[in-house]
Design a protein around this ligand. Structure first.
Ligand code: NAD
Length: 289
């Protein structure tokens, strides 16, 4: 397939390389990044010319909408626009409608798995859009990831992503505050891990991504809380879930509180540039508020 890849940052560049390694012809475009070994076009419109599929991997919904307006008129009719960025559900649905009005297929296909998953080709794709577009894109998902779940019509991929990450943010906070409480109660961290990881408090944040250094499998806590998944990206995703909750009148008090905590951590404390599991040292520094 001829594939255009727009947005070759931390995630996009390794995803594009995996497509190239699998034998696809890939042309990239990015105003800033200059990734090694990827042929680049001067403009987004030039990159998508004649492509069978166009993948976008961009910072937010505003940029996605602007890029969509540039590329849709330049895309070949019947080609598919696969957006893998994490954006708000409304932008995803608007971009899909614009693509379909221009005679294109459209999918929102945000990912889970981070930079390691992008490099290793082990991402999980959560996909919204038509059956036909999903079938066209499936072989590409199979190269870039280990799993692609078709979640329903346009926007449902983003809905799955923000619901998952709302659970992740809330669970990370719960795990960190429990460790900080355990410390103050004199409970050894290894003992805490050994109990909780096989008891009813277990979770991905405890068992696979433990926020306490030296406990459980290797995680960013063992590397000075270097991301990993940065606190500001968690804040972005919690902001998107709260925006969505407001739009549909859903009651999400835990998500709202998690959003407030990460907002303070990133904007007013020392959380910017740290992994989202650095909530643990944050709780340890504080007493009861
Ligand atoms: P990034 O900032 O490294 O990459 C984004 C790229 O988009 C940059 O290189 C930027 O120059 C480019 N870009 C901006 N405006 C553009 C335009 N008009 N035309 C073409 N390119 C443009 O971000 P990232 O970490 O690669 O994340 C990309 C997306 O994936 C985000 O939506 C993020 O939330 C999501 N995501 C990231 C991770 C992660 O661990 N980094 C995990 C899952 C999902």
């Amino acid at each position: 397939m001829k594939i255009a890849f727009i947005g070759l940052g931390n995630m996009g560049a390794p995803m594009a390389r995996n497509l190239m390694d699998a034998g696809h012809e890939v042309i990239g475009c990015d105003p800033v990044a200059t990734p090694d070994g990827i042929t680049m076009a001067a403009t987004n419109a030039e990159a998508v010319d004649g492509a069978d599929a166009v993948i976008t991997m961009l910072p937010n919904g505003k940029i996605l909408s602007a890029v969509a307006a540039e590329i849709h008129p330049a895309m070949r009719k019947g080609a598919v626009h696969i957006d893998c960025s994490t954006v708000d559900v409304t932008s995803a649905r608007d971009v899909a409608s614009a693509a379909e009005a221009a005679g294109l297929g459209a999918l929102d296909a945000p990912v889970s798995g981070g930079i390691g998953g992008a490099a290793g080709g082990t991402l999980t794709f959560m996909v919204g859009g038509s059956d036909a577009a999903f079938e066209t894109a499936k072989p590409l998902f199979d190269i870039m990831g280990q799993k692609a779940v078709h979640c329903g019509p346009a926007g449902n991929g983003q809905a799955a992503k923000i619901c998952n990450n709302m659970i992740l943010g809330v669970t990370m906070i719960a795990t960190c505050e429990a460790f900080a409480l355990a410390d103050k109660l004199g409970l050894d961290r290894q003992a805490m891990f050994d109990v909780v990881s096989t008891s009813s408090g277990y979770s991905w944040t405890m068992n696979a991504y433990c926020p306490a250094p030296g406990v459980g499998p290797q995680s960013p806590a063992d590397n000075g809380y270097k991301p990993g998944f940065a606190s500001e990206l968690m804040l972005k995703d919690l902001g998107l879930s709260q925006m969505a909750a407001e739009a549909v009148d859903a009651d999400t008090p835990m998500g709202q509180l998690a959003n407030q905590l990460y907002k303070s951590f990133v904007e007013d404390e020392d959380g910017k540039g740290t992994d989202f599991s650095a909530m643990l040292p944050r709780f340890e520094k504080r007493g009861r508020v």
